[in-house]
Write a protein that binds this ligand. Structure first.
Ligand code: 1CP
Length: 340
């Protein structure tokens, strides 16, 4: 059977109903996810357990029939695979032993370390409905490096910016190692069965001008080129969250097939700027999904109207938040599919 998301990318037809999936669609807003995570022990145990990671990837597909499933994993597994210590503080988020160069990192064991994620993907190729697109992913090097240098999530990415400004050679070394590890990891995900790849640049907003070009654009361009050099034509979704202007140029320079838009993007401007060649994805505000009701219906209708003449994948502008009522997600899907 054909897959609506892949058909959209490979054909030029515009379907009457756009395909839909949601960033962070597997997660804490679902009671069945919380149950499975408790069985696994912790978040990282869940990521490295192919059977349970498969289960949580399938949970939102069973509930809502999304057109795509994203493998359950995290962007910070790559630094861990390179030898950096990683743990999750309950209720707070990721923690890593901070680094200021690549000297303590190694690429020797990344494939073996990340093999369980590829096993999750390979299991999903048989358990997912045949029409559901399977998405693999990685973080973009800049975004991943912001966590590696700071040792945690930061509001302004100041530690990574400081290292890039004061010791660009050391920072470049970290970025180059991430590019190489990410090409290998994504190629392995594709070999295991991923139909499509998303590259999350969640912290693009902290860089401008030449810094944005050097640390955000060039590394993602190198990753996509690295995949193409291996003969892999798998579609890639770029997501430069908070990038200031120039989204059309970003998409054409990095060479992504789909451009994911964050909540703050002006949809009409980006549609005009990108033209018909790039498939767009996005950009419902996750907070409107928490609100539900008439506000949700109106926001969905506005997006459908703005993109009615455009190849488009419905998604959020950032990940689902844990306080989202699951029934609001059902309302969203029904609205898009014209059932309410
Ligand atoms: O169960 C839990 O309590 C852990 C919460 C959680 C989950 C469900 C984390 C910790 N990661 C994930 C899974 C995850 N992360 C997925 C797969 C599932 C899906 O989308 O359905 C994906 C694609 C990610 C990607 C990810 N991790 C990003 C990029 C997207 C984004 O949200 O901007 C980032 C920045 C991370 C780091 C991370 N991992 C977890 C948290 C809480 C964070 C953010 C930390 C911070 O900066 O505050």
């Amino acid at each position: 059977m054909s897959k609506p998301v892949i058909d959209l990318i490979t054909n030029t037809n515009i379907p009457t109903t756009p395909p839909i999936w949601l960033m962070r669609q597997a997660g804490r807003y679902l009671p069945e996810y919380r149950d499975t995570r408790a069985i696994a022990g912790g978040f990282l145990d869940l990521c490295y357990n192919p059977k349970l990671a498969e289960e949580v990837t399938l949970q939102p597909i069973r509930r809502y029939g999304f057109d795509a499933a994203i493998v359950f994993a995290d962007i910070l597994l790559i630094p861990q695979a390179m030898g950096q210590k990683l743990w999750f503080e309950t209720g707070e988020g990721p923690r890593l032993d901070p680094i200021s160069s690549g000297s303590s990192l190694s690429l020797a064991r990344t494939r073996a370390h990340l093999a369980p994620i590829c096993e999750t993907l390979s299991r999903l190729t048989t358990s997912l409905p045949s029409e559901t697109t399977l998405i693999g992913f990685a973080g973009a090097p800049w975004t991943v490096a912001t966590y590696m240098v700071a040792g945690r999530g930061t509001p302004d990415q100041a530690p990574a910016r400081h290292l890039a400004d004061t010791n660009p050679d050391a920072f470049q070394e970290i970025i180059d190692m991430l590019v190489e590890a990410t090409i290998t990891y994504l190629a392995d995900q594709i070999a295991a069965g991923a139909d499509m790849i998303q590259i999350f640049e969640s912290w693009a907003a902290s860089l401008r001008g030449a810094d944005f070009e050097r640390w955000c654009v060039q590394p993602v361009k190198a990753i996509i080129a690295g995949l193409r050099d291996k003969g892999l034509t798998t579609p890639v979704i770029g997501f430069p969250r908070g990038a200031h202007g120039g989204l059309g140029a970003y998409a054409s320079t990095v060479g992504c097939d789909v451009l994911a838009l964050d909540t703050d993007v002006d949809r009409q401007a980006v549609r005009d700027e990108c033209g018909a060649d790039v498939v767009l994805q996005g950009n419902l505000d996750p907070q409107i999904l928490v609100a539900g009701g008439a506000a949700l219906d109106a926001a969905v209708d506005a997006i459908l109207d703005d993109f009615k003449d455009q190849r488009f994948i419905f998604n959020l502008g950032h990940g689902i938040v844990p306080q989202t009522p699951p029934e609001h997600v059902a309302q969203l899907v029904a609205r898009i599919r014209g059932q309410n």
